[in-house]
Each structure stands twice: as C-alpha cells, then as structure tokens.
Design a protein around this ligand. Sequence first.
Ligand code: SAM
Length: 182
Amino acid sequence: MPSRPRKAGPRVSVLRVGHRAGRDPRLTTHVALTARALGAERLYLHPPDPELAQRVRRVGEMWGGSFEVEGVDDWKRVVREFDGVVVHLTMYGQPISAVAPKLRTQSAILLVVGGAKVPSALYGLAAHNVAVGHQPHSEVAALAIALEQLRGVPGPGAWPGATHAIVPQARGKRVRKVRELA
Ligand SMILES: C[S@@+](CC[C@H](N)C(=O)[O-])C[C@H]1O[C@@H](n2cnc3c(N)ncnc32)[C@H](O)[C@@H]1O
C-alpha cells in the first residue's frame, strides 16, 4: 500500500489495556514500537511494565524521537481525562474508512487497543468504536493501519536526538551514525 504522506495530522497517544507482563511482553513491545515508529507520542500501558518501558526507551536513544511508555494502574482514568477524542479499535466498530476523514481533523486522539479480554466498559467510554476490517486479528495490525490512516507513514531521515539513521537502500543495509551517545 503506498504511504500517505501528510504533514499535519492529529497528535496521537495510544492506550494498551490488559497487558499481561510476563505473558505477552513481545506483543506489547510490538504495540509500543509500532506506535512510536508510526508517529504516536506515547503509550499508556495498563498495567505498568517498567522493564518493557526501559526496553522501548533504549530504542529511542538509538533511533531518536521523544516517544515514551507511561505505566497506568487506572485505564479508565486515562480515558476519562484525555484531552481529545478517544477511539477504541475493535472489530465490532464502525469501518475505519467511514470515520478516518473526521478523525484527521481532530487535534488529539487517544487510540485504545485491548488484549486477550477487552473490558466491556470501554465500548461505552470511547467516543468512537472503530474497526479495521470486521474480522479478528491483532492489536499491532489494527494500530498500524489506524496510524497510517490518521497520520501517514513517516519518511526517511534521522529523528531528533537519534544516534543512528537508516539510509534507504534498494538492497542491503546501510546505517549512518548521526552523533555519539552523550
Ligand atoms: C486479540 S484482539 C481481542 C479480541 C477480543 N476477543 C475482543 O473482545 O475484541 C486484541 C485487540 O486487537 C484489536 N483488534 C483485533 N482485531 C481488530 C479489528 N478487526 N479492528 C480493530 N481492532 C482490532 C483490538 O483492539 C482488540 O482489543
């Protein structure tokens, strides 16, 4: 799918509800890395997982940006107090193609993804329940497509504060050093 470069888009935060530390660290790490790489500002992680947050912080030290993982004990509070539009990604929701044009005009969005079990209260608390297709798949896939629809895919180039940046190649791998780690 061609990327959709858009200069401006809503600022996006992500809330991952129902993380099971020790059981799905890899999946939740991929939620965090996908959120970061596709332009979200932060991941609220419920419940907190400091080791995961530290791993993602190390990725940011190398590749730049200011993405952060913030552990939360009370996910409902994050949803209620978010200063923007709360969008719950669920296969039961409205098609993303119908909702995305309106969402792109917002200034701040909280994208909420669930885990193995999704608390039913979330459906009522969200301003929008939005489906990325109407078949079950993955929080990582749903998040990636939602971020692409809202903000497009970032182009190449070093991110602020990066020590390294990728030089795109037709074949092979090339990484340039941007600066030394302070
Ligand atoms: C393994 S699924 C959870 C399925 C769960 N049985 C439920 O109640 O929805 C984990 C998360 O992936 C996301 N997800 C999965 N399929 C989706 C779809 N088709 N559209 C949007 N989000 C989806 C949702 O955020 C969901 O909470």
